[in-house]
Design a protein around this ligand. Structure first.
Ligand code: HEM
Length: 183
């Protein structure tokens, strides 16, 4: 019993100030509830998402035939470099950085790599959500899409992707604008 009491006292002392009962009361009054972050069991370091049916149709575009585009983007390694460079630019870009705050960048990077690889004709399935559901709550505008595309163009150029191949890929992404942008 004494051990239990000591353990409880130690836990109270070790608890940070924001976990004090007084704070909890304030929080209840303000109706401020932080939902617990649940981690994915399937993908390490990713947050769990609501279950959904996986399908390549969610990628938002049909893949190129043959391997010309896949090779133009230097296969999976090239796609990985391009996505990482684009995401790095997006989260440092004052025009759109705020949109990414609080979102799971590990998942965004993985699913974007799958999506780009699938569309480019790589031997990859897209396992992410469809473009409408992924962007529904973000309130994106045409200018946000423009900023992201600019960052992608820089990333593709840094990778040494020929302009003709860049433009063919951008033409696959362009129609997705109506699914991600609200106005
Ligand atoms: C053609 C253009 C775009 C494509 C192909 C695309 C692709 C994706 C993909 C694959 C995901 C992850 C889906 C999943 O979690 O299952 C995603 C999520 C996300 N995208 Fe985009 N995106 C586009 C435009 C944009 C733009 C313009 C912005 C903001 C400037 C943006 C911000 C985000 C954010 C914040 C998330 C995370 C949403 C969440 O956590 O639920 N996206 N996008």
């Amino acid at each position: 019993m004494r051990f239990l009491l000591l353990t409880a006292a130690a836990a109270l002392l070790a608890a940070p100030a924001f976990a004090s009962p007084a704070y909890a009361q304030d929080a209840a009054q303000d109706d401020f509830v932080v939902p617990p972050v649940v981690m994915s069991t399937e993908h390490p370091n990713e947050e769990a998402v609501e279950p959904y049916q996986q399908s390549n149709a969610h990628a938002g575009a049909t893949p190129f035939e043959g391997t010309v585009m896949w090779e133009a983007f230097h296969g999976q390694e090239g796609v990985n470099r391009i996505v990482d460079a684009m995401v790095d630019r997006n989260i440092a870009d004052p025009r759109i950085a705020g949109t990414f705050v609080g979102h799971d960048l590990v998942r965004i990077r993985r699913t974007l790599k799958e999506q780009f690889a699938y569309i480019l004709g790589g031997p990859v399935d897209y396992t992410g959500r469809d473009m409408v559901s992924s962007h529904r709550d973000l309130g994106l505008q045409a200018s946000d899409m423009g900023a992201l595309v600019e960052n992608l163009q820089i990333a593709m150029s840094e990778e040494g992707v020929a302009f003709a191949a860049q433009n063919r890929f951008l033409a696959k992404l362009a129609p997705m604008r109506r699914d991600v942008v609200v106005r």
